[in-house]
Design a protein around this ligand. Structure first.
Ligand SMILES: [Zn+2]
Length: 431
């Protein structure tokens, strides 16, 4: 359908490989784990495309925890925003982003994803309400023998009890969604189809990077610290960045769904059942000052603002949270305003800055339903992906994976029917 790939070269240029500092006077840049030095000219296509009012609103309302978080890093002037290029080296200068001043917008948009208004028109009552959409599904974490690398697995109960493995559970949901969203007309792509990592790196290949990262953070690179950091770099940073490359360079979807299951913390390091069970969805936002001080993170945050990803993300999250809540019957989870903040008064939707919902350069819905260490969730995981309904605490329910998938599917259908109905020509003023 749409001409994909036209923007790829531009996107590839946005992030150049990290280069060593040219002289000892210039400190190594402050970057997120396995981050790359941003090429600030990647913001050039967005010059003059956003008003001062909207830029400041998005920054304050969603992306930062408060005005103090951008102090010394982003300066808002009358007709422009100045963005520090290297936070620990002001001599590198400021990127000068001019605000829209009433001049007509340049044609075309420097992004690969399309809001519903730009996807093709949909006939009323179509049986394919997701036709024309490209959807990427990211099953969170890794499974199989890799499950131990990121601490998202545990065993509770006797010897016959199944181990709970988030990375395998998310893949089950992803495959159900791929089938169901495909039947409704969407083109669906999974970032992984098996329980193997997407990244080619391994903890052993990341030890030098881990050592350099620790040194940049002023920490002594002991063997244990290097091992621990390399492990996180493999299972989280490298793995998610590899999936981000797939999404941004190849799949180029209109929407990405990051599938996860939540868990409540257990005191003392031993798995334990906890209450309550709950549900929340995340949109990208709520950056801390330390995160905005990372050059690549600051660049990525500003790029999301300029692409107006927030508006699409929050409308989607609002709609899908309601259908998912109806399916799962879960109460809302909450944040303290620091780790995550509320942006639209929906108690099921929170803004939070995670690597995946920052580097996947399109609207991202990040799902966190069900606490895996809640008794009921744990019991439902033991039941597996059964057909039909089974009685769970006095209520007949689908298996937990299908319930998750159905809640997501219902929300997407509702959202795209609403959005496309409003914009389809010939339907205005109709019923
Ligand atoms: Zn997770």
């Amino acid at each position: 359908m749409a001409k994909r790939g036209v923007l790829v070269p531009a996107l590839l240029l946005l992030l150049a490989p990290a280069t060593p500092a040219p002289s000892s006077d210039v400190p190594p840049p402050n970057l997120a784990r396995l981050g790359t030095v941003p090429d600030w000219s990647g913001l050039d296509p967005h010059q003059g495309t956003i008003t001062r009012e909207e830029f400041v609103h998005l920054l304050r309302h969603c992306y930062t925890r408060g005005p103090a978080e951008t102090e010394g890093l982003i300066r808002i002037e009358g007709d422009r925003a100045l963005i520090l290029k290297q936070s620990n080296h002001p001599e590198a200068g400021w990127y000068d982003l001019r605000f829209k001043n009433g001049a007509p917008l340049p044609s075309g948009t420097a992004r690969y994803w399309r809001p519903p208004v730009e996807t093709h028109d949909l006939p009323p009552n179509s049986s394919k309400p997701l036709a024309g959409l490209r959807i990427a599904i990211d099953p969170g974490h890794i499974g199989g023998k890799w499950v131990t690398w990121d601490d998202r697995h545990f065993k509770l109960g006797g010897p016959d009890t199944l181990e709970v493995r988030e990375g395998e559970m998310t893949l089950i949901v992803a495959k159900l969604l791929k089938r169901d969203l495909g039947l409704l007309g969407a083109e669906v792509f999974l970032t992984r189809e098996s329980n193997h990592p997407v990244t080619r790196e391994r903890p052993e290949t990341l030890r030098d990077e881990a050592r350099a990262y620790l040194l940049r953070r002023g920490q002594i690179p002991t063997e244990k610290r290097i091992t621990d950091t390399a492990k996180v770099m493999f299972a989280i940073s490298s793995e998610i960045r590899a999936r981000g490359d797939l999404i941004n360079d190849s799949i180029q979807p209109d929407l990405a769904l990051c599938l996860h299951f939540d868990a409540s913390p257990w005191p003392g390091g031993r798995p334990a059942f906890r209450s309550p069970n709950h549900l929340h969805l995340l949109v990208n936002g709520c950056y801390a000052k330390a995160e905005i001080a990372e050059d690549d993170t600051r660049f990525e945050m500003v790029l999301r603002i300029l692409q107006r990803i927030y508006h699409e993300e929050i409308r989607l999250a609002d709609t899908v949270s309601r259908t998912l809540q109806r399916e799962t019957r879960l109460p809302a989870a909450s944040y303290d305003g620091i780790q995550g903040k509320s942006v639209n008064g929906n108690e099921y939707v929170w803004a939070r800055n995670l690597l995946a919902n920052r580097v996947f350069l399109c609207p991202v819905l990040f799902f966190e339903p069900f606490c895996m260490n809640h008794r009921e969730t744990h019991a439902r995981v033991q039941e597996g992906a059964y057909a039909g309904l089974r009685e769970i605490n006095g209520v007949y329910r689908k298996n937990i994976y299908q319930e998750y998938a159905d809640g997501v599917t219902a929300g997407l259908v509702r959202y795209y029917r609403q959005q496309r109905r409003q914009t389809a020509p010939g339907e205005r003023g109709g019923s």
